[in-house]
Ligand binder design. Structure first.
Ligand SMILES: NC(=O)c1ccc[n+]([C@@H]2O[C@H](COP(=O)([O-])OP(=O)(O)OC[C@H]3O[C@@H](n4cnc5c(N)ncnc54)[C@H](O)[C@@H]3O)[C@@H](O)[C@H]2O)c1
Length: 330
């Protein structure tokens, strides 16, 4: 697919809004469908907006019939691990129930292609590293369980309807649009880089490091950070490559390199020129010491080439966005 309309569920959110910008730049019309539960109307800048819930089949079908998208990029979800432990029913309703409604609406309206935002949380505790797509999927929290259930529902949908589907399993999305037209805006924020930037800026009580006694070189957890612009580039490639009809493909999206919490804090201090006040807290249950992915398959099959492969440049874009948001709220 090289032009046309794309329905972007969750397009008012962090990653979805970056994807809308890229789609528009590449000649597509992104139609954002989002209930603004966690998204922001201000981030919908590159195409029409429909305010709606993915569990609302009537509105979804009406939207699809009106805009006639050739493909769906499905970002809409709830994605806080802690919240999913407290309220697994809500996560099941939105993530699994909502995705099933979306698939039914797609079938009814003959939309044959979907690219789904999955996650490394579907793998659970790593048995080998780097994690590739063959790694067993044994999620250890309700969020990961719901995302795996959606992967399975989409796989079944592809087989039954001859649809084509791609699951993109992200590691940690980070950074912001280098032109600062959109960026990370989660409320509440749970991600390390924006929290460390806020701490460097003197906001709040400082950054808590959850566990400093892990079996890693400096004792803090290691994660794989991938720039949001690189992530959405993979979405475009996945849509253009178009998995064979009736089939489902899965690709990891990560940098293949891990950075510890302390390394991230050091890089934030370098980029901002400010000290990050930190305190050491207890480990969080279910946090693996290290999570690093192999994206060899995406590089090989999709021709994906992440551009932001060093932590400093990822953090620099996040800092630019953070400063701009602070300036605009004053
Ligand atoms: N951010 C990450 O590091 C990361 C990592 C792995 C996977 N993911 C996945 O990527 C996707 C996007 O993540 P994000 O960080 O941009 O999150 P986000 O919260 O910024 O965006 C999600 C969007 O979905 C919308 N939404 C939620 N429930 C909805 C509903 N019932 N109906 C319609 N819209 C609804 C929200 O309002 C929000 O705009 C999610 O599916 C998430 O699970 C994110």
């Amino acid at each position: 697919m090289s032009s046309g309309t794309v329905l972007v569920t969750g397009g008012a959110g962090y990653i979805g809004s970056h994807c809308c910008k890229l789609l528009a730049a590449e000649g597509f019309e992104p139609v954002t469908y989002d209930n603004l539960f966690r998204g922001h109307r201000e981030l919908v800048k590159w195409g029409p907006f429909v305010e709606g819930d993915i569990r609302d089949r009537d509105l979804l079908e009406k939207t699809i019939r009106r805009y006639r998208p050739a493909a769906v990029m499905h970002f809409a979800a709830l994605s806080y691990v802690g919240e999913s432990v407290e309220n697994p029913g809500l996560y099941h309703s939105v993530n699994v129930g909502g995705s099933e409604v979306l698939l039914r609406a797609m079938t009814a309206c003959k939309v044959k292609q979907v690219v789904f935002s999955s996650t490394c949380a579907t793998y659970g505790m790593p048995e080998s590293m780097p994690i590739d797509e063959q790694h067993p999927q044994q999620p250890v929290n309700p969020y990961g369980v719901t995302k795996l259930a959606v992967e399975q529902a989409i796989g079944k949908w592809s087989a039954e309807t001859n649809g084509s589907s791609v699951m993109l399993r992200y590691f940690n999305a980070a950074g912001a649009d280098p032109e600062l037209e959109t960026g990370e805006w989660h409320e509440p924020e749970t991600h390390l880089i924006p929290l460390a930037l806020a701490a460097a800026d003197g906001q709040g009580p400082g950054l808590t490091i959850f566990g400093d006694d892990y079996p890693t070189p400096d004792g803090t957890c290691i994660r794989d950070y991938i720039h949001v612009t690189d992530l959405v580039q993979a979405h475009l490639l996945a849509m253009r490559t178009d998995a064979p009809a009736g089939e489902s493909q899965a690709y990891n999206l990560g940098n293949g390199e891990g950075f510890s919490v302390r390394q991230v804090v050091d890089a934030v201090e370098q980029v901002t020129g400010k000290a990050v006040p930190v305190s050491n807290g207890a480990r969080r249950e279910g946090d693996p010491a290290s999570l690093v992915g192999s994206s060899a398959r995406a590089r090989r099959d999709l021709g994906w080439q992440p551009r932001f492969d060093d932590l400093g440049s990822i953090i620099a874009t996040a800092w630019g966005w953070y400063q701009q948001q602070g300036a605009s709220s004053q």
